[in-house]
Design a protein around this ligand. Sequence first.
Ligand code: ZN
Length: 264
Amino acid sequence: MCCRTDSAPLKWSDITEYMYNRNLQHGPLNRSVPRAPAVNRLLAALPKNEYKRLLPELKTVNLVLGEVLYEPGAVIKYVYFPNDSIISLISELSERSWLEVGMVGNEGMAGLGVFMGARSSSTRALVQGRGTAMRMTSAAVRSEANRLGSLHELLHRYSHSLLAQVAQSSACNRFHLVEARLARWLLMTNDRLAAKEFPLTQEFLSTMLGVRREGVSKAAGVLQAGKLIRYSRGIITILNRQGLKAKSCHCYAIIKAETDAYLN
Ligand SMILES: [Zn+2]
């Protein structure tokens, strides 16, 4: 799998600092005040009685763009069910070399390792789309999963779906053109954020796609020339979803089909 290897790449702390600063332009962190109703599709798929039983364990939290929820090797205290936020799972090969290996939005849960019996995270979990999520302690997830009810079954199915996403993305990152990968990534982000406009820097995209900034700039230029997106001052606006689908490799459809299948 390729990774970010610019001659003078940014450090991870440079990226998160920039994202935090951008976030502050939209208002300070206020974790305790939810601003969106629960729309996590995994939780919504639970039978009413099981969801009601879980409610006391679920807390709505605001996730801040650029916030790191887990570091590799760190104990997972909480799992997160995103509503309108997105969490990227990032593999770090060195201080200056990293790549997004998975994306968790309203279809899933970050901290899946807890369900699989792990206590610590194997990847960094970074908020790449600000919004809300339902947070639950790892102990509560283990306890509920041990009941072998619907949450247990859904998390099993979600595990397969996430594995399929990771496998397809890995192959995509190795073999497909940067502009096709960028189109796929933008569509996946658009699906989960339910917003056509979101902040995004070339540095961050470079990390997500594992390519140099020059490659990202060129690919974004192709999509912009085709009037599929507008990219200005760190803000991406999706202008033509159908056009983006046509430009994307088939990986987008494969990943989306896996996600929809597990929830149906
Ligand atoms: Zn692809």
